[in-house]
Design a binder for this molecule. Structure first.
Ligand SMILES: [Zn+2]
Length: 215
């Protein structure tokens, strides 16, 4: 089963994706991780991406898609995927459709994580990440056991530069502009489900599992 996760930054989809991928033995593929991996391995795509990231320019759709497709192809025919944060624009969604058709890969479920903007701002400013193991915490919804310290590796937690309040509104605006049209793109398809992501992590997870049963 291949699943797409759509939703704004702060909707908790990363946390849910990790748990669901584990439960269903899917490969969790996030664009952020794929970028970091390609850059770290200095692949030709990674070098190209790095030049955009370093200069603060947006990585073009076509390049984003190539990185994702490369990861999918590397994993072989039998693998199943949870795509988290991709596609982010209608052009990427169209590219994914073409790719899926070509690879005979079904997009079985599309889950939209729905949260009001005021909740998102509250959540995002409370987010902290471990710079070492990348574990994500939230001072409101998922505080670390010891203040400002990673539960997993005891490294002091940090606020990501893009979680600072001034940047958040802009990120949400970009999401709204780019991703709202994707929702229209997928809305009528079988397997499309809107999940109320303003609920507790456990409730969101069980709603999600329930939605996938109908699949
Ligand atoms: Zn850690």
């Amino acid at each position: 089963m291949n699943i797409l996760f759509l939703g704004p930054p702060g909707s908790g989809k990363g946390t849910q994706a990790k748990q669901l991928a584990e439960k269903l033995s899917l490969q969790h593929l996030s664009t952020g991780d794929a970028f970091r991996e390609a850059i770290g391995n200095k692949t030709p795509l990674g070098v190209e991406i790095k030049s955009y990231v370093d200069s603060g320019r947006l990585v073009p759709d076509e390049l984003v898609s190539r990185v994702v497709f490369e990861k999918i192809q590397q994993s072989g025919k039998s693998a199943s995927f949870l795509l988290d944060g991709y596609p982010r624009t209608v052009d990427q969604a169209k590219a994914l459709d073409d790719f899926a058709k070509h690879e005979k890969m079904a997009l079985d479920a599309i889950l939209l994580f729905d949260v009001p903007a005021t909740d998102l701002i509250k959540r995002l400013t409370a987010r902290r990440q471990c710079p070492k193991c990348k574990e994500v915490f939230n001072l409101v919804t998922r505080p670390p056991k010891v203040k400002d310290t990673c539960d997993a590796c005891s490294t002091p937690l940090m606020q990501r530069a893009d979680d600072q309040e001034s940047v958040i509104k802009e990120r949400l605006d970009i999401y709204e502009r780019q991703t709202a049209p994707i929702i229209d793109f997928y809305k009528g398809r079988p397997g499309f489900h809107k999940i109320n992501a303003a609920q507790s992590v456990e409730k969101v997870f069980s709603d999600m599992v329930e939605a996938l049963k109908g699949k």
